[in-house]
Design a protein around this ligand. Structure first.
Ligand SMILES: C[S@@+](CC[C@H](N)C(=O)[O-])C[C@H]1O[C@@H](n2cnc3c(N)ncnc32)[C@H](O)[C@@H]1O
Length: 423
């Protein structure tokens, strides 16, 4: 892989804003408190996502000013589910003001799949108490918890809408000054990813300075998210900030650029009903993107992230029908996989490869090697558990005022590359 060229951007000052540093350092407390209010309702978020959203909510609310200078602002939450991301941002804003300037537009189909409605205990319980997964039910739940954290109003507006069919103009009409944060958690198909990318390159929806979080960045089921991020970085539209080795990195719009269609070669899926097996661009493009991002994480020392991307590379090979190469890569990864990182991503890649190879889906299969057994010894698991908990106390950077872990990086692209990408 050719070495990446990065250029550091922005005013990046270390050693000041102690206040911000302390709040980001103690994000654990906010996560614990807000989780008590959320009380085990269905959620697509992990500890670090919640922490990041709380910090962003706090930061945006601080920036909105005080008293008569206070200016209302919008954030866009694509993929409400039961509203946890939106609530985490509201929780962060509530730590600054009980009458926040925050408005959240949260969009979803509000129709959860049958298997969740039938067997996910938290979903079953929610429907029992609130009647459905429709916006009115979720709205009542959000009203009640916004009241419990002392907010004077529920700032979350729910919209039942297929994002794929949503024109960017409709989003722009709701928030004439654009959105300050766009949380992307609904791009479950390459077609929807293309639509979301249109929002991100539309200056009326996503302006310079807007923060963007691709929540599915490492998701085996939605590999076009990592690809879209890379394309937007390469086009010079976004920069990326590493907020910590466990925290999904936060992108920021830095310039208005066009990318052309991101998922530019969508083909029928290789396995019927398995969306992840849908080819969406050429293998070369996918691999270049994954290697580009992995190279960035390697430079930052974010081991788990680049290993996850290496596993996504197995997915890319499978989408291209390169079974033998995929198998070879799995073996190579197994031989070099560090004991400090759990190998569930590798095991998942193995199961998916076997699915394509044998035609039988069995996610309980184990790639049972001496390396896997060593990584799953009692000692290795205990040490990983302890180090995982300690990560909760590391600072998380959401802005240049926070104590930074990594400066934002922007990928340098030649003029020729930019023109080629824009098609
Ligand atoms: C992983 S969940 C989101 C989790 C959520 N961000 C949270 O805070 O818990 C993904 C959501 O995306 C929604 N979704 C999937 N495709 C969509 C589409 N085309 N338009 C709108 N919503 C969609 C699903 O209904 C689902 O609720």
């Amino acid at each position: 892989m050719s070495r990446l060229e990065y250029s550091q951007i922005g005013d990046f000052r270390r050693g000041h804003a102690v206040k911000h540093y302390l709040s980001s350092l103690f994000s654990y407390r906010g996560v614990r408190r807000s989780s008590t209010v959320w009380a085990g309702r269905p959620s697509g978020l992990g500890h670090f996502d919640i922490a990041l959203y709380i910090l962003i909510g706090r930061e945006l609310e601080r920036q909105s000013g005080h008293g008569s200078d206070k200016r209302g602002y919008w954030i866009l939450d694509l993929g409400t589910y039961f509203g946890h991301s939106a609530f985490a941002v509201a929780y962060g804003a509530s730590t600054v003001s009980k009458d926040p300037a925050l408005n959240v537009l949260s969009i979803d189909l509000f129709e959860q799949p049958k298997y969740l409605l039938a067997s996910a205990p938290e979903v079953v319980q929610f429907v029992k108490e609130y009647g459905s997964t429709e916006p009115d039910a979720i709205g009542r739940w959000l009203d009640s918890i916004c009241g419990r954290i002392g907010l004077k109003r529920n700032p979350i507006r729910l919209m039942k809408q297929d994002v794929f069919e949503l024109p960017a103009q409709d989003l722009a009409a709701i928030a004439p000054e654009g959105y300050r944060l766009i949380a992307v958690d609904c791009a479950k198909t390459p077609e929807v990813m293309n639509r979301v990318s249109e929002f991100l390159t539309d200056p009326l929806v996503c302006r310079t300075g807007t923060k963007i979080l691709f929540q599915d960045l490492f998701d085996w089921h939605a590999p076009w998210n990592a690809y879209a991020l890379w394309r937007l970085l390469k086009a010079g539209a976004l920069s990326l900030r590493g907020a910590g080795p466990q925290v999904t990195p936060l992108a920021e719009k830095v310039a208005q650029r066009q990318t052309g269609t991101i998922c530019d070669n969508i083909q029928p899926s290789r396995i019927s009903g398995e969306t992840w097996s849908t080819p969406f661009t050429t293998l070369e493009n996918e691999v270049a993107a994954l290697e580009g991002l992995a190279g960035m994480f390697r430079e930052w020392g974010y081991t788990e992230f680049f290993l996850r991307l290496d596993c996504l590379k197995v997915g890319a090979l499978l989408r291209a029908g390169r079974l033998e190469q995929a198998e070879t890569l799995i073996t190579k990864l197994d031989q070099t996989w560090p004991a400090g990182v759990r190998d569930s991503y590798l095991q998942n890649a193995y199961c998916r490869m076997m699915h394509l190879k044998t035609g039988r889906k069995d996610l309980s299969l184990v790639f049972d090697t001496s390396g896997h057994r060593a990584r799953n010894s009692f000692l290795a698991r205990t040490l990983r558990g302890i180090s995982g908990r300690l990560q909760y106390f590391k600072p998380i950077a959401v802005s240049t005022q926070d104590h930074p872990t990594e400066p934002p990086v922007q990928i340098k692209t030649t003029e020729k590359e930019t023109k080629a990408q824009a098609g």
